[in-house]
Ligand binder design. Structure first.
Ligand code: HEM
Length: 480
């Protein structure tokens, strides 16, 4: 459905082609491009906006049939819990054979799966799983300590990914991946690392999805990665089945227990949702923790405050393992602010979340979009709205001390409405426990320049999932 050129502003070429948008997607810069359009067409509509010089146009045209919304109130209307702005057919192009809970566009398919998956991932559902999660966090930190000793620095990007993979594996299928024990990247991890790029290919060329399996171009590699992640899902489910058959008395309930007990769920449906968990539960998490450690280490005053809080409120470092509980960590106010600020400035899913405009849609930002057009929102743009977050490019945890309504409305790190991240509570639990344990164990760390590591490695590539350019982040003990 074409967007009327007179109703929504945008560059002249977006009336005819989506090629420029696709070009920026391929470069991992689409959210930056769209944010710049909001700024370019912005107006100094109020003295407050004029005072901060940059004001964003709340809605801009990005392709002939897509508009991007950056006004927090309109974004809330799009992502209402009982909203009718359904996921767009773009998500169908991400489905391999059958839709999973993440890419299902049919609300009935989605509702049925989400109903079975929600409870184990709720705060109460997760409570009994904390010892498993915390055990993996402690193991990751031990492995980092060894690497700092032997190599001179530890790669956050690698260890957080191994940890997140082992956690989602253990909670979903039993202890199947054991990347922290292996300690070396294998094909599985290489595939996980490239899911950001893979999504980019899918995002940029959705119409090619059907035939890319047959052509010898980079698109084929993307498809192979997805087929392999699907195989990992099958293997993991088989692993769990074997565990249950061999020793039913010792197997603990998993995040999929309700699926196993529901005979209307097919093996295929279970496998595609397992794939969603493997990808969604590891890549996002590890990148958030990587940027958190890096951002804290780059800001000495933030690090000092965080370490002071951790040292004052948690048991002494000499009692490293015992005594630290999630309840204590949850209660650390500065850590909570550091986490919000990391999720704001480095949202692991920064990119456009496309939704279809329903018939009888409400006006958005005073404009009426045609039914069937696509409307997108992105955490990247929202989190850089200077009216919500003054000086948006700076890492300032203190801004979360007394968050305004506009800040809360503009915060979209976990999406929203009925499609809000299913793993949000697990993610928050892992992030706070891992960050607290990390700075408790390593109060004196700094960014390393070993092996040529520099800020360039951490330059953000804004694919569907945020990816640091160098795919590494070396951190070392500070030299005396
Ligand atoms: C910091 C970590 C994470 C971030 C920033 C994040 C972000 C998001 C976002 C923005 C969405 C909405 C996507 C959309 O509307 O298209 C989403 C959905 C989802 N996430 Fe996460 N996520 C994180 C961790 C996790 C974890 C640990 C899991 C583990 C199970 C997970 C599972 C899912 C699933 C299954 C969905 C689809 C939900 C639905 O459509 O009903 N995520 N996530």
């Amino acid at each position: 459905m074409v967007i009327d050129k007179n109703s929504i502003k945008g560059p002249w070429y977006t009336r005819f082609t989506s090629a420029v948008y696709t070009y920026h997607q391929v470069r991992g810069q689409a959210p930056v491009y769209v944010h710049n359009l909001h700024a370019k067409y912005g107006q100094h509509s109020s003295p407050e906006r004029a005072a901060i010089k940059l004001s964003l146009r709340p809605i801009v045209r990005t392709t002939p049939h897509e508009a991007d919304v950056s006004d927090p109130a309109a974004v809330q209307a799009i992502h209402r819990i009982k909203g009718e702005f359904l996921k767009s057919p773009w998500y169908d192009s991400l489905a391999l054979g059958a839709p999973n809970v993440f890419n299902a566009t049919d609300p009935n398919v989605h509702r049925r799966r989400r109903r079975l998956l929600s409870q184990p991932l709720s705060e109460t559902g997760l409570r009994g799983l904390i010892p498993i999660i915390d055990g993996k966090i402690q193991k990751a930190i031990d492995r980092m300590a060894s690497e700092m000793k032997d190599r001179g620095a530890a790669d956050m990007y690698k260890w957080w990914l191994f940890m997140a993979t082992d956690i989602i594996g253990a909670l979903s299928f039993g202890d199947c991946f054991r990347m922290l024990d292996k300690g070396e990247k294998n094909q599985y991890v290489i595939d996980l690392e490239s899911t950001g790029d893979t999504f980019m290919v899918r995002a940029a060329f959705p119409s090619l999805t059907g035939w890319i399996r047959k052509v010898p171009v980079p698109l084929k590699t993307a498809n192979e990665v997805e087929c392999r992640t699907m195989n990992y899902a099958h293997e993991s489910l088989q692993w769990h089945r074997r565990l249950v058959e061999e020793s039913p008395e010792t197997t603990v309930p998993t995040l999929f227990s309700k699926f196993y007990n529901d005979n209307t769920i097919t093996a295929r449906e279970m496998a595609v949702d397992a794939q969603a968990y493997i990808i969604g539960g590891s890549d996002t998490l590890s990148k958030t923790l990587t940027y958190l450690v890096w951002a804290v280490c780059r800001n000495p005053s933030v690090k000092e405050k965080l370490v002071r809080e951790i040292q004052q409120r948690l048991p002494l470092a000499s009692q490293q393992r015992s005594g630290i509980t999630d309840a204590q960590v949850r209660d650390l106010p500065y850590l909570a602010m550091v986490i919000e600020e990391t999720l704001r400035l480095y949202p692991a899913v920064p990119s456009a979340l496309p939704r279809v405009v329903p018939p009888e849609a409400p006006e958005l930002c005073g404009r009426r979009l045609p039914a069937g057009a696509t409307v997108t929102t992105s955490a990247y743009c929202l989190h850089r709205d200077p009216t919500a977050f003054p000086d948006p490019e700076r890492f300032i945890p203190e801004r979360w001390q007394n968050p305004t309504k506009r800040m809360k409305d503009a915060f979209m790190a976990f999406g929203g409405g009925s499609r809000v991240c299913l793993g949000m509570h697990l993610a928050r639990l892992e992030i706070r426990l891992a960050a607290a344990r990390f700075f408790h164990r390593f109060p004196d760390v700094e960014i390393s320049n070993l092996e040529g590591m520099s800020d360039d490695d951490m330059e953000a590539q804004w694919y569907f999932v945020l990816t640091p350019k160098g795919k590494r982040c070396l951190i070392q003990q500070a030299r005396a």
